[in-house]
Write a protein that binds this ligand. Structure first.
Ligand code: ZN
Length: 282
């Protein structure tokens, strides 16, 4: 009996295909051993390119193991305009995004611990409809911000977004005001909010909560801006510098405070929150 099962097991343990073991850096095209690349949180060891993290991956990066408790996981998209274009309906696209990511909205919110420090966290996922800001996204961020205010816990929002979700029209744009108002109340209550801008943070998200942090921090090389390069070049009829809208460029020009490599994020955020909460720093 056992022999048959052994044989079957051996068959299942065939070496993984080459494409399962290796991946290619999007920026420098170097071939990278996938396991090592994942261990470095998707940062290329050759050129330092910070690839996009899914929301769950970033939560694992930022909070202590098993400390994350998710909020409002059932909130999903609403389709007030019953929007359809020649590529299909918004409802179909949203369903595809849900199936692809295992999420119901473009943000995951919850509470957790960072080196033992209690925090509220909202992490956007670019894989969900380009991290667009829909009414469900805005509602989740609003609720997380309110929770942080009521419980007096620091808030971190990690943005990754192409901007407002145009399928929801004005309802989407209203989320900019709604989240900003909640953050203003958080500020009045004296609770720190750190905004983390990851690649890319643009459009209505950069024009609202992503730039409202007590500290605005970006990852190296992240695209940070409002309108895209092509739109601006066509408007002002000038060529823009190559590094335009990179995290480093916007820091030099005073739009953000710090650029922190992913490997240092956890420790840096921990220190900054401790400073801002007026507690002892080791
Ligand atoms: Zn690279």
């Amino acid at each position: 009996m056992g022999w048959f099962s052994w044989g079957k097991k051996e068959k299942n343990q065939e070496a993984p295909a080459k494409e399962d073991l290796w991946t290619q850096c999007t920026a420098c095209k170097a071939m990278l051993f996938k396991e090592e690349w994942h261990k470095k949180w998707k940062v290329c060891p050759v050129c330092g390119f910070h690839d996009k993290l899914a929301a769950r991956e970033r939560i694992n990066l930022l909070v202590d193991p098993k400390s994350f408790y998710e909020f409002d996981a059932r909130i999903t998209i609403s389709d007030p305009l019953k929007f359809t274009d020649d590529k299909g309906s918004y409802a179909e696209k949203a369903q595809q995004a849900c199936d692809k990511t295992g999420l119901r909205e473009a943000v995951v919110t919850g509470r957790g611990k960072l080196h033992g420090l209690r925090i509220v966290l909202a992490v956007m996922d670019f894989n969900f409809m380009g991290g667009s800001l829909g009414s469900g996204t805005g509602e989740k961020i609003f609720r997380a911000t309110e929770f942080a205010r009521k419980k007096r816990m620091p808030l971190i929002i990690a943005s990754a977004s192409g901007g407002a979700r145009m399928h929801e029209g004005i309802v989407s744009l209203m989320q900019m005001a709604k989240t900003s108002a909640a953050l203003a109340r958080l500020h009045e209550a004296g609770i720190p909010f750190i905004s983390l801008l990851t690649n890319p943070t643009t459009g209505g998200v950069s024009a609202s909560y992503a730039m409202l942090g007590d500290l605005n921090i970006a990852e190296p090389g992240a695209l940070v801006g409002f309108a895209g390069r092509r739109v601006i070049e066509q408007t002002i009829k000038q060529k823009l510098p190559d590094e335009f809208q990179t995290a480093e460029y916007v820091r030099e020009h005073g739009f953000i405070d710090l650029v922190i490599p992913r490997k240092d994020l956890r420790d840096t955020l921990h220190k900054l929150i401790q400073y801002s909460m007026n507690t002892k720093v080791d």
